[in-house]
Design a protein around this ligand. Structure first.
Ligand code: GLU
Length: 609
């Protein structure tokens, strides 16, 4: 996890580093720190807590230099504190290191370095890298980095600067820790993620696993750990800078929720033809390959897992294929049975989620082909996959996913429809109906956002609750799970998403007047069933908040509050239904004064296991 940045060039180095860190803070906010080279010395500053704490120090005691590195931490080894904050220094204070990830053999390395006389200042795994470098440095920083990499194991992105090299930074990447180099004119930028450098340049080199990068004002040279030169093509990023900023909204999360109609539209562009048919030729998965499949295996983590679950229902129902769904963190240890007739689908917003990448490795070893659903071009997942369905969601800064979940669901729906058509398992009437529903979707998601003003007072009333239940059935079950997860993540209220039919097997015991129950009660084949579950909850005095279609008296009857959303095809309806659940979680969290964009203990991209 964490965000790292680097800069070599004529601008105010610390200013550039702080600007980058600000845009990366969603990746970790336990502490922040910077180090620069100045007049043959390394100067640094670091503070526990949010970036603002560091900024305050730097206003009072400014730092200047010719090259610098910066870090926002998501602690894995050692609690958040000033001393555990990065950068970490060697004993002489001449080498500074920032690190994203985990050095797995840190304990043994630390023990042997201490034996050699090194003194450690922090409890982190990272600090061993600084001392190893000190041990191995004989005047050539790059050579010392290469030697150090031989000694460390684990997943990391590392950034190093040295007092002797005023215009040079060295970075290395191993495993799922993204690293991007931004090429400017006489200046070079480094960051864990694109938005951090979008203001300066759009010409980027994407560093891959097992690579070392030497960064100077004139650009970057990439090589393998063994020193073989790597020629990397420049990627031109077309993301809009403004879309990575708050644009007048109180929080990124709120802004990103309001971007959902556009994201849905962008995700459909070029894929949904005006006649409602689907064109996924971009995938490069041949029709004969799709017809030969015996099974689909989908895995993901967090919100992406719920989008994957939605996809499972659609693929099974429309393409009549067996679908296995598993959390990536479980899949990797579950000895899955796969073969060449299996298509594995990995869903990950960042394309860098460590558990998902490991599951991908296992799926490929098992002989499966891999379809990636991700938002990030050039991500590890996109590079590994045989085919990729991009989400077109743009940068998502709020730690809690919203618009990327919506986009993932759209991708899953498109793929299920495509697969069903190719396999001949869907009649043209159903396909047309679904195509029409997708065409309507941007506008329906937009209309669903109109409930915002009604959500605010309801959120205020509910905010004191300590537990909430979210109920859905069939395709709305993953939406119930996603709604509950969002509430937990940003408001710290305990919530459970449940398949409504399971209520009677346990969770109904939780219900009384203090437990609000959110019910996804829109029209569809299981609506009567869910309305019975709603009545059962009402009979236990729970306050019922229903998401329902307009003028649906049956759904409205037992509800205390109804958020109405436009009616569409029941298989597409969940993508509309999630909107009020996001607004509800957001306004509850905001009312409670929670840090919506950067909830405690979380980080956006989980690049550790
Ligand atoms: N493992 C390192 C630490 O705990 C780096 C964590 C990170 O990626 O922020 O300091």
């Amino acid at each position: 996890m964490c965000g790292i940045v680097g800069y070599v060039g004529p601008r105010d180095v610390v200013g550039v580093l702080l600007d980058g860190l600000r845009r990366l803070e969603y990746r970790g906010y336990d502490s922040a720190g910077v180090a620069v080279v100045n007049g043959g010395r390394v100067l640094g500053s670091k503070r526990v807590g949010k970036l603002a704490n560091l900024e305050e120090v730097l206003v009072k005691t400014p730092l200047h230099g010719s090259a610098g590195i910066g870090h926002t931490r998501w602690a894995t080894h050692g609690r958040p504190s000033d001393t555990n904050a990065h950068p970490h220094l060697d004993c002489k204070g001449r080498i500074a290191v920032i690190h994203n990830g985990i050095i797995e053999n840190h304990a043994a390395l630390r023990a042997s370095l201490v034996k050699k006389g090194h003194t450690f200042a922090s409890e982190t795994d990272t600090e061993v890298v600084a001392h190893l470098l000190e041990d191995l440095y004989t005047g050539d920083l790059v050579a010392a980095v290469r030697e150090t990499l031989k000694a460390v194991s684990g997943a990391y992105a590392l950034g190093v600067l040295c007092a002797d090299a005023p215009d040079q930074l060295v970075f290395a990447r191993n495993g799922a820790s993204p690293l991007i180099i931004g090429l400017g004119d006489g200046e070079t930028f480094v960051a864990s993620d694109i938005p951090a450098i979008l203001n300066y340049t759009r010409r980027e080199l994407i560093v891959q696993e097992g690579e070392v990068v030497v960064v100077t004002r004139d650009g970057a040279t990439i090589s393998t750990f063994n020193g073989a030169h790597v020629q990397r093509e420049i990627t031109n990023i077309n993301w809009d800078v403004r879309s990575a900023e708050k644009g007048g909204f109180k929080h990124f999360m709120l802004k990103e929720m309001y971007e959902q109609p556009k994201v849905v539209k962008d995700t459909l562009v070029g894929r949904l033809r005006t006649d409602g048919s689907i064109d996924l030729s971009e995938l490069g998965l041949s029709e004969s390959r799709l017809r030969s499949l015996h099974k689909i295996s989908i895995f993901a983590c967090g919100s992406a897992f719920y989008a994957a679950a939605y996809g499972m229902y659609l693929i099974r129902q429309l393409a009549k294929l067996p679908v296995e769904l598993e959390l990536a963190s479980e899949f990797r240890y579950s000895e899955p049975v796969l073969d060449k007739n299996t298509l594995a689908i990995a869903v990950s917003q960042s394309g860098e989620t460590a558990d998902t990448l490991e599951a991908v490795r296992i799926a490929k070893e098992g002989g499966a082909s891999l379809l990636a659903v991700t938002n990030v071009v050039g991500s590890a997942l996109a590079r590994t996959a045989d085919a990729t369905l991009f989400m077109q969601a743009g940068p998502e800064i709020g730690v809690a996913a919203t618009k990327t979940f919506t986009a993932q669901c759209v991708d899953m729906a498109l793929f299920a429809m495509h697969l069903a058509r190719v396999r001949g398992t869907i009649d043209s009437g159903t396909l047309d109906g679904l195509g029409q529903a997708l065409r309507d979707l941007p506008s329906f998601v937009d209309q669903a956002l109109n409930v915002n003003d009604e959500v605010v007072p309801v959120a205020r009333r509910i905010a004191p609750a300590s537990t909430m239940l979210y109920l859905g059935r069939h395709v709305n079950f993953p939406i119930a799970l996603e709604g509950a997860l969002k509430l937990k993540e940003i408001s710290y209220i305990h919530a459970e998403g449940y398949a409504a039919g399971e209520m009677k097997h346990g969770p109904i015991a939780l219900l009384d007047a203090s437990v609000p129950v959110v019910v996804l009660a829109t029209k569809g084949p299981v609506q009567e069933k869910i309305l019975s579950n709603m009545a059962e909850a009402k009979a236990r005095d729970s306050r019922i908040i229903a998401v329902a279609n307009p003028h649906d008296d049956m759904a409205i009857e037992n509800a205390d509050v109804v958020f109405t959303v436009p009616e569409t095809h029941h298989l597409i309806q969940p993508i509309v239904n999630v909107v009020p659940l996001y607004l509800l979680a957001y306004h509850i969290a905001d009312h409670k004064g929670c840090d919506v964009d950067q909830p405690r203990n979380l980080a956006k991209t989980v690049t550790v296991e």
